[in-house]
Design a protein around this ligand. Structure first.
Ligand SMILES: O=C(O)CCC(=O)C(=O)O
Length: 309
């Protein structure tokens, strides 16, 4: 299928109507946490909001290298047009949605996820540091960044942090999104870090979250039913709360309408989002014009207290 790029749509202010699966939500802007924040701020924002959105945490140039590698692979396979010459990093207009009935299937391209410039981002040392800051028992007790960095590198670190070898690398075409869910039903013992591998405006399919939904009593029925189920093995198949996020309230007895409040942002390469595994989230539908692939990766992490014999 050939697609002709046209002019870019203008970007609306927040709160903004964002399409998500079978419905739309009004979304406010996510609370950003600056990358140089103290451990206490990182930790308290994550605990209060159920997510941590650290703007510009990774070097954008590193993310661009990863993106370039992915796009040149997609171009080689005919999924990305060649009319942008070498400037692959800034454009990913869709040339063809399918070849021989298949899309790029990046979830099945683990060797691409492990290509050097890509893995450099997906397992960047700073991601280990962020997890250490948020989950280390030392974090709240005035442990400064330098002490934490040393602890992370030394055998004295109280935490064991390992990246899950599987990478949920996605090229999402127009019309698609991931439905509302919490990660606990797929991965009860893992943490998620979502990484935009493009500048992902809401119209391209940014992440949408419900802040506070990990602890709010408004969602106790949801957590006590759906949240205690095990709906999928690897997160690549459904297990969604519903197709339309607006059905969550009636389906899960959420009577406090203020609790179901969505946030999102126009995300940029280098931003990272740590998501509590009880926080309700989904991705916005890709409604990009001109149509483009949304390229991102959800990475999962084992974080546990070290139990040395
Ligand atoms: O990127 C997406 O479409 C969904 C990501 C997600 O839901 C997750 O990382 O848990």
């Amino acid at each position: 299928m050939l697609v002709n790029p046209t002019a870019c749509a203008s970007v609306a202010a927040f709160p903004r109507t964002v399409k998500a699966g079978g419905g739309s939500v009004i979304a406010s802007q996510m609370r950003p946490t600056p990358p140089d924040s103290s451990v206490d701020i990182l930790r308290s924002n994550f605990e209060n909001d159920g997510y941590l959105y650290v703007k510009g945490y990774l070097d954008r140039r590193d993310v661009l290298k990863a993106r370039q590698r992915i796009l040149s692979d997609m171009r080689g396979n005919g999924f990305v047009g060649s009319h942008h010459g070498a400037d692959l990093a800034s454009q990913a207009d869709i040339l063809e949605l399918e070849r021989d009935g298949q899309g790029p299937q990046l979830l099945n391209r683990q060797e691409l996820a492990r290509a050097e410039p890509v893995l450099n981002v997906l397992e960047h040392p700073k991601l280990f540091e962020l997890l250490e800051a948020v989950f280390s028992p030392c974090a709240s007790a005035g442990c400064d960044g330098e002490t934490r960095r040393k602890a992370t590198k030394s055998a004295a670190s109280p935490l064991t942090i390992r990246a899950h070898p599987y990478k949920w690398l996605r090229a999402v075409p127009p019309g698609q999104n991931t439905g509302p869910h919490i990660d606990k039903v797929y991965f009860p013992h893992l943490q998620t870090i979502w990484l935009p591998l493009d500048d992902i405006q809401t119209s391209l399919g940014s992440l949408l979250l419900v802040p506070g939904s990990h602890t709010s009593p408004a969602f106790s029925h949801l957590h006590g039913t759906y949240g205690n189920s095990s709906v999928g093995k690897d997160g690549t198949v459904s297990g969604y709360l519903c197709a339309d996020p607006n059905e969550i309230a009636s389906k899960f007895n959420v009577t406090d309408s203020t609790a179901l409040h969505w946030v999102t942002d126009d995300m940029e390469m280098g931003d990272v989002i740590l998501v509590n595994n009880r926080t309700i989230h989904c991705s916005a539908t890709n409604v990009s014009a001109p149509p483009r692939w949304r390229i991102s990766c959800d990475t999962r992490w084992f974080v546990s207290e070290s139990r040395e014999p």
